[in-house]
Write a protein that binds this ligand. Structure first.
Ligand SMILES: [Zn+2]
Length: 236
């Protein structure tokens, strides 16, 4: 397990040269917020961190319910039974096993590793613009219909789940990269993913955290390039 700190953001990574997975802990003044919990190995590390910082875990936010972002939840809820479980209402539906699409949504298939899971924690369906601690919820649909990102104005930290991948180069969700194709292949709508990435460009970001890959500093120029690459692919 690798743990790295960027301002108030801790990145926890189970490193594999094929498929690295990250979970994040954001440190608030009086508590911690966990973002994604792909594997159960993160739980022990989060417990250690919460002891070290002497702060309770108040929220766990799931950016989207793919297995590699929520696979450790059973272990997590045993260890932290008082935490509030946060997910967008839209992706909460997917987590509950409903893979249907609404009429006004892009009619592509919802992809990726999904499993219905029993959540014992109090569930909060977060809305766009809402703040979880100091982290603001941003709609970054595309990878899934209800994917969300979290942003702090104050520390300029942005955590996007799989809306962007940084392992072996920055790519927008839906851009299937040869060296790391998995998030691309698991993406629902490339058009939506581009619109979401464009929205992210308006933010002042110092640290970009993604589900797969290292934290990237001042990523906007690279994000813009990735948007253009995916646009060109779609045109062809
Ligand atoms: Zn995913």
């Amino acid at each position: 397990m690798r743990v790295k700190k960027y301002d108030k953001l801790y990145q926890l990574t189970v490193f594999s040269y094929v498929f690295p997975i990250s979970s994040y802990v954001y440190e608030e003044n009086n508590f911690l917020t966990v973002i994604d919990i792909g594997v159960k190995a993160f739980v022990k590390e989060i417990f250690k961190l919460s002891q070290k910082l002497n702060k309770k875990v108040k929220f766990i936010v799931i950016t989207h319910p793919h297995n590699d972002h929520i696979g450790g939840i059973e272990e997590f809820q045993k260890q932290f039974p008082e935490t509030q479980f946060c997910i967008s209402k839209r992706d909460g539906r997917i987590l509950a096993g409903d893979y249907t699409l609404d009429e006004n949504e892009s009619q592509e298939k919802i992809r990726g590793g999904l499993k219905v899971r029993k959540i014992n924690l109090p569930i909060k369906h977060v809305f766009i613009g809402e703040k979880i601690g100091s982290l603001k919820v941003i709609d970054t649909k595309g990878h899934t219909p209800g994917s969300i990102s979290l942003y702090s104005d104050d520390s300029q930290v942005l955590v996007v789940g799989d809306a962007i991948q940084t392992f072996r180069g920055i790519a927008i969700a839906g851009d299937v990269r040869k060296l790391f194709p998995f998030p691309g292949l698991a993406t629902w709508s490339r058009e939506n993913s581009i619109l979401s990435a464009e929205k992210l460009l308006k933010l002042n970001v110092h640290y970009l955290g993604t589900g797969h890959g290292n934290v990237v500093e001042y990523p906007n120029e690279k994000i813009l390039k990735s948007i253009n690459r995916l646009r060109n692919k779609i045109k062809k």
